[in-house]
Design a protein around this ligand. Structure first.
Ligand code: ACO
Length: 329
C-alpha cells in the first residue's frame, strides 16, 4: 500500500558511534577459555570485539555515540527533546540509563527513557521514537543502542563468552514533512513482534525482583539459531508488504550482527544480494542493541550508505523479540 497523503516522517539527520578502548581478539579469549580463533571464526565470523574497561559504562559509551551523532547532524544537545535508549545492560536498575545520558549531554527538557528488547532493542527504539515524532509531540530524537555485555558474560562458559562485545551507536531523527510516498526520506515502516514463550532459550539468570543479583547471560545457541532465520524473514517480508517495496529496491541490508551464518542465510532466503549486506560482526562481535547503529556508522563512514538509499534494518533478540524498519536515508 503506497500512501500519498502528506505526513510527518522521521528523517535521519546524523549518526555516531563509540567503542571501548580495549580490543579483545579471539586469541586473547583462547588463553582464558578452551576455544580457538579457528572455531570462533568458522562458527560465527567474529574475529575481535571490544570490552569496556574501568570508567567505561553503558551511559558513557551511549553519551559518546550521542555526541558524535549530534556533531554529524550539526545540532546542539539543546535541539533534542526525546532520548530513547535501547539497552539490556543499564548502568543501574534505576534511574534509566537514558536519563544519565541526558544529564551527561546537559539536556534538562523533554523526555528520556530506556527500551528493553535485548538484541532487537535498537529496532524497537527506532519504532518508538518514530511514533513520537510522526505524532507531532516531539521534534528531534536521539535513538541510541548502547551495551556492556562483557559485564553479564560468564567467562567460564565458552559457548557464550566468545560471542558478545560492548559498544554504542546513535541516530538523530527529526520530524519533517513528507509527501507520504515511498520516495520520502525517513522511516517508511516499522514491524515489531515478540513471543515470550521462548524466554528459556536466551536469558539472564538474575534480576532485582527474583535473585537480587545481576546474573549471567544463558543461551541455547542451537535453538536460537533454529528460530532466527524464520523470524528475520517474517519481519523483512512484513516491511515489504507494508510498503509495496521489494528486495530489489533495497540499497543496503543492515542486520543485527549476531552471527555471520544467520546473516548470510537470512539474506539468501529473502533474495537480498550479498553485496548489499553490511557485515561488521567480524570486528565488533555481537553488541546486542548497539550492533545495528555501529554497522550503520561503518557503512556511512566508508561511503556505502548515501542520502536517498533505501536501508533495511532488522534484528532478533531474547524474548523472543524481532523487528525491522525500512528507512529512506
Ligand atoms: N570454542 C570451541 N568449542 C566450542 C565453543 C567454543 N567457544 N563453544 C561450543 N563449543 C563446542 C561445543 O561444546 C560442541 O562440542 P561437542 O560436539 O564436543 O559437544 C561443539 O563445539 C559444537 O557446538 P554447537 O553448539 O553444536 O555449535 P554450533 O555449530 O551450534 O555453534 C553457536 C554454536 C555459534 C552458538 C551457534 O549455535 C549460534 O550461532 N547460535 C545462534 C546464537 C546467537 O548468535 N546468539 C546471539 C544472541 S541472539 C541474537 O542476537 C540473535
Amino acid at each position: 500500500m503506497t500512501s500519498t497523503t502528506p505526513r510527518l516522517r522521521s528523517v535521519v539527520r546524523g549518526l555516531g558511534s563509540a567503542l571501548p578502548a580495549r580490543k579483545v581478539t579471539n586469541d586473547e579469549l583462547a588463553r582464558k577459555v578452551d576455544t580457538s580463533d579457528e572455531w570462533i571464526v568458522q562458527r560465527t565470523g567474529i574475529r575481535q570485539r571490544y570490552f569496556a574497561g574501568e570508567g567505561e559504562t553503558t551511559s558513557t559509551l551511549g553519551a559518546a555515540a550521542a555526541r558524535a551523532a549530534l556533531a554529524d547532524a550539526g545540532l546542539e544537545a539543546a535541539d533534542i527533546d526525546l532520548i530513547v535508549l535501547a539497552t539490556s545492560t543499564p548502568d543501574y536498575t534505576f534511574p534509566s540509563t537514558a536519563t544519565q545520558i541526558q544529564a551527561a549531554l546537559g539536556i534538562t527538557h523533554g523526555a528520556a527513557f530506556d527500551v528493553q528488547a535485548v538484541c532487537c532493542g535498537f529496532v524497537y527504539a527506532v519504532a518508538v521514537a518514530d511514533k513520537f515524532l510522526i505524532s507531532g509531540s516531539h521534534r528531534r530524537a536521539l535513538v541510541i543502542g548502547a551495551e556492556t555485555f562483557s559485564r553479564i558474560l560468564d567467562f567460564e562458559d565458552r559457548t557464550t563468552c566468545v560471542l558478545f562485545g560492548d559498544g554504542a551507536g546513535a541516530l538523530v531523527l527529526e520530524a519533517q514533512e513528507g509527501t507520504g510516498a515511498n520516495a520520502d526520506r525517513g522511516v517508511l515502516t516499522t514491524q515489531l513482534r515478540s513471543d515470550g514463550r521462548h524466554r528459556a532459550k536466551l536469558f539472564v539468570d538474575g534480576g532485582p525482583s527474583t535473585t537480587q543479583t545481576t546474573g549471567h547471560l544463558r543461551m541455547e545457541g542451537k535453538e536460537v539459531f533454529r528460530h532466527a532465520v524464520g523470524m528475520v524473514s517474517d519481519v523483512v517480508r512484513g516491511a515489504f508488504e507494508a510498503t509495496g517495496l521489494t528486495a530489489d529496491d533495497l540499497a543496503w541490508f543492515v542486520p543485527h550482527q549476531a552471527n555471520r551464518r544467520i546473516i548470510d542465510a537470512s539474506a539468501e532466503k529473502m533474495g537480498i544480494a550479498a553485496e548489499k549486506v553490511v557485515v561488521t560482526v567480524d570486528r565488533h562481535g555481537n553488541t546486542s542493541a548497539a550492533s545495528i547503529p555501529l554497522a550503520l556508522s561503518v557503512a556511512c563512514a566508508d561511503g556505502r550508505i548515501q542520502q536517498g538509499d533505501l536501508v533495511m534494518i532488522e534484528a532478533v533478540g531474547g524474548g523472543f523479540t524481532w523487528g525491522s524498519a525500512l528507512i529512506r536515508w
